[in-house]
Design a protein around this ligand. Structure first.
Ligand SMILES: [Zn+2]
Length: 287
C-alpha cells in the first residue's frame, strides 16, 4: 500500500520522495528495456508469412514444451498408453503432419490421449506436443472429427501462438522470464535457469490464445486436415458438439474459449472452407 502511494506522489518531501523516484526510475527502465526487447524480437513465420513478436527460437519452443508435458499430463489424470483409442489418436495426428504443410515446420509433434473423462478439451504445447482428453475423444465418433481437433491444435503450434502469448505476457509482467529464456541454450544445461523456466511452464499451462490466434488455428487446421484426406465438415461437426455442451462448464473448451458467439464461429469456419476451396473440396475425403 505504502509503495503504491509513494510511486504516485513522486513530488513528496525529503528522502522518501527521492527513494520513490529511484524506484520509479528503475521500474521505468525495466519497462523500457522490456518494450525494446519485445519490439526488437520480430520473426517472420515461414508458414503464415506473419510478422510475430516472439522471444524464442523453435529449438527453445520445443525444449520448453517438452518440459511442460509432465505437468499437463498430471493435470488430466495422466496419459493413456497402449489402448486402441490412444493408438488411433496418434495415427490420425501423424497422418495430418505427414501429409500436410505442417511437415515443413521444424517441430516435433506427438499426439497423446489424456485419461481425464470429465474435462472436454484439447491442447497444444509449443514445439509440438498435442493432447486430447478422453472426455472429448468419446464425443467425437469419426476420424474426421478427431482430425479436425488435432489439425486445429497443430495450427497453434505452427502459428507459434504460445510463444507469442508468452512474449506479450512478459512485456506486461517484466523481463524476468524473457531474460531467462533468451539466455537459455537447450544444448547447454548449465545455462538453464530452473526457477524461471518453471515459472514459464506455469504461465504456459494457463495462457489464453487471442481470437486472432483461434481464427488462424482454424484456417491452418482446415487446410491441414484436407491435405491429409479428411473432409472439412468434421470441423463443423466438432463445433456443433462443443456448442451443445458449452453451457454450464466452469471454463469452455480451448477451441471455443475465445469465441463468445458460437454461431459466428460456425459461419467463420464455413467461410474458411469456401475461401480455401472455392471450387469445392477435393473428392474422396474421409468423413
Ligand atoms: Zn484453439
Amino acid at each position: 500500500m505504502a509503495y503504491s502511494n509513494e510511486r504516485s506522489t513522486e513530488q513528496g518531501s525529503s528522502a522518501r520522495a527521492g527513494c520513490g523516484m529511484a524506484r520509479f526510475g528503475i521500474a521505468g527502465l525495466i519497462a523500457v528495456v522490456a518494450l525494446i526487447s519485445y519490439c526488437s524480437n520480430v520473426q517472420v513465420n515461414p508458414e503464415t508469412g506473419e510478422r510475430q513478436h516472439v522471444a524464442m527460437s523453435p529449438t527453445q519452443e520445443i525444449s520448453l514444451g517438452m518440459q511442460a508435458v509432465p505437468q499437463m499430463s498430471n493435470r488430466h489424470g495422466g496419459v493413456e498408453q497402449g489402448t486402441e483409442a490412444a493408438r488411433r489418436l496418434q495415427r490420425i495426428g501423424e497422418r495430418i503432419v505427414a501429409r500436410s504443410d505442417a511437415s515443413r515446420s521444424p517441430y516435433q509433434y506427438s499426439f497423446q490421449l489424456l485419461k481425464d473423462r470429465q474435462t472436454v478439451n484439447a491442447f497444444a504445447l509449443p514445439g509440438g506436443p498435442v493432447f486430447m482428453t478422453r472426455a472429448l475423444y468419446d464425443k467425437l465418433p469419426s476420424d474426421g472429427q478427431l482430425a479436425a481437433v488435432l489439425a486445429h491444435e497443430v495450427g497453434h503450434v505452427v502459428g507459434r501462438h504460445s510463444a507469442e502469448q508468452l512474449a506479450k505476457a512478459q512485456l506486461t509482467q517484466g523481463l524476468t522470464g524473457a531474460a531467462a529464456i533468451a539466455a537459455y541454450d537447450p544444448s547447454n544445461p548449465a545455462s538453464r535457469n530452473a526457477p524461471a523456466v518453471a515459472a514459464m511452464v506455469g504461465q504456459l499451462l494457463n495462457l489464453r490464445y487471442s481470437r486472432q490466434d483461434e481464427y488462424e488455428a482454424d484456417r491452418l487446421g482446415v487446410k491441414y486436415m484436407v491435405q491429409a484426406g479428411y473432409h472439412p465438415d468434421g470441423m463443423l461437426k466438432v463445433q456443433a458438439v462443443l456448442e451443445s455442451l458449452g453451457q454450464g462448464g466452469a471454463r469452455p473448451p480451448e477451441m471455443l474459449s475465445s469465441h463468445p458467439d458460437p454461431g459466428n464461429r460456425t459461419n467463420q469456419v464455413k467461410d474458411l472452407i469456401q475461401e480455401l476451396f472455392p471450387n469445392g473440396v477435393p473428392p474422396d475425403l474421409e468423413p
